[in-house]
Design a protein around this ligand. Structure first.
Ligand code: MEV
Length: 435
């Protein structure tokens, strides 16, 4: 938790200054942030233990989003992404929610599902009944695999069975529902599924085939809600435009995919920064976007009684704080420390809030000035920096590139030479388009 997540001018600071601010706001020892240095982060030896056939690592920028208040607590939010504008957009949207209390969340708790597929069952409906009669025995067998989880208050919450018609015949599908507490839970539930499968095969008088978690984690839902100030958004017309954008995403799968991609820009960035499984979360979220057989928007935006915009988002979020890269990766450990979350549920609360903020920012830009203006000013900063502009020169060079509508390396070099008084002052070239 941060003392405050409101840090005006954070984006204009140097990396060193931002680190100082983060340590001051979170009380994390300054030295710990060194784990985010390209040279001091994940070592080759660590990487070699994480996956197979290692030849190196890849660096992804980690930025910190500001202005977030989630359930009354301020959080600085680390986000790992290669996409410009994402961190700035989330921070801007979070600022527009602050005056109305920030983000509020609710969740179902950390319940995951494991599936066991029984094939070659001659009497599937009777097999289902026999299995359900043995619920207590199956649950006890599964729980015995993980006494630690039991001691933490987790464990099996239920056993269910369905008959599913497939093109390869009629299968009995058993679900174990398991409270995995602060773990992502894949290992825990996969171990349980494998352990109970032989007994289920006996009870069903069939053969157990697949034994694996379901990434459709719809018993592990987090809901976020925030009110965004109409004035700060740009006025009533922008509010109406966002409501219309939201309505289109609900009705049209082509727009829904892009709308949800905007949500995932925020979600995946926090999931990745904290060392969680981005593919598991993405699979869960996209499967949750299918309603009544049609792919739709994950969020809703409405105008409230006072004319402000209220956004809601519901996501299945299988993320954890223990096990896997969340503990093994030094940068992930620092990201979790910066966030200051104590439980997997708190982490999910922040992730859903960032998803909603990201979505709002994209819809606001699309309903107002369009997405390219903000994107191009950030892109211009990148071009200015790669043309050799120093920290004191980047803003001026970038502003000139945008004004000249020429966001190109050779123009940045010319502008820079002009700024440094090295002759060849940059002249705006007529009629050149943004590139
Ligand atoms: C770009 O990464 C994400 C957006 O396309 C999302 C959206 O259109 O809502 C801007």
């Amino acid at each position: 938790m941060a003392a405050t997540s409101r840090v005006p001018g954070f984006k204009d600071r140097t990396v060193e200054e931002r680190r100082r601010i983060v340590t001051e706001h979170t009380r994390i020892p300054r030295g710990d942030l060194a784990a985010l240095d390209p040279a001091a982060g994940l070592s080759l030896a660590q990487a070699d233990h994480m996956i197979e056939n290692v030849v190196g690592t890849i660096g992804i920028p980690v930025g910190v989003a500001t202005n977030f208040t989630v359930n009354g607590r301020d959080r600085l939010v680390p986000m790992a992404t290669e996409e410009p504008s994402v961190v700035a957009a989330a921070s801007n949207a979070a600022r527009m929610a602050r005056d109305h209390g920030g983000f509020r969340t609710s969740s179902t708790g950390s319940v995951m599902i494991a599936q066991i597929q029984l094939v070659d069952v001659v009497d599937p409906y009777a097999a289902r009944a026999r299995i359900l009669e043995s619920t207590a025995e199956i649950a006890a067998l599964a729980d015995a695999q993980d006494p630690m989880l039991r001691s933490l208050g987790g464990g099996v919450r239920g056993v269910d069975a369905r008959v599913v018609d497939t093109r390869a015949g009629r299968h009995v599908i058993v679900h174990l529902t398991v409270d995995v507490r602060d773990a992502m839970g894949a290992n825990a539930v996969n171990t349980m599924a494998e352990a109970v499968a032989p007994r289920l095969a006996e009870l069903g008088a069939g053969r157990a085939l697949l034994r694996i978690l379901s990434n459709k984690a719809d018993l592990r839902l987090t809901r976020a809600r925030a009110v965004f100030d109409a004035q700060q958004l740009g006025g009533p017309a922008v509010v109406d435009g966002i409501v219309q954008a939201s309505a289109l995403a609900e009705a049209d799968p082509y727009r829904a995919a892009t709308h949800n991609k905007g949500i995932m820009n925020g979600v995946t960035a926090v999931v990745l920064a904290t060392g969680n499984d981005t593919r598991a979360v993405e699979a869960g979220c996209h499967s949750h976007a299918v309603q009544n057989g049609r792919y739709s928007a994950l969020s809703r935006f409405e105008k409230d009684a006072t004319g402000n915009l209220v956004g809601t988002l519901e996501l299945p979020l299988a993320v954890g704080l223990v096990g896997g890269a969340t503990r093994a990766h030094p940068a992930a450990r620092v990201a979790i420390a910066i966030l200051g979350v104590a439980t997997a549920t708190e982490l999910a609360d922040v992730i859903a809030s960032v998803g909603l903020a990201q979505n709002l920012a994209a819809c606001r830009a699309l309903a107002a000035e369009g997405i390219q203006r903000g994107h191009m000013s950030l892109h211009a900063r990148t071009i200015a920096a790669s043309a050799g502009a120093g920290p004191d020169e980047i803003a001026a060079v970038a502003a000139r590139l945008v004004a000249d509508r020429q966001i190109r390396a050779e123009h940045a070099e010319r502008v820079l030479r002009g700024l440094r008084g090295e002759g060849d002052p940059a002249a705006p070239a007529a009629g050149t388009a943004l590139s």
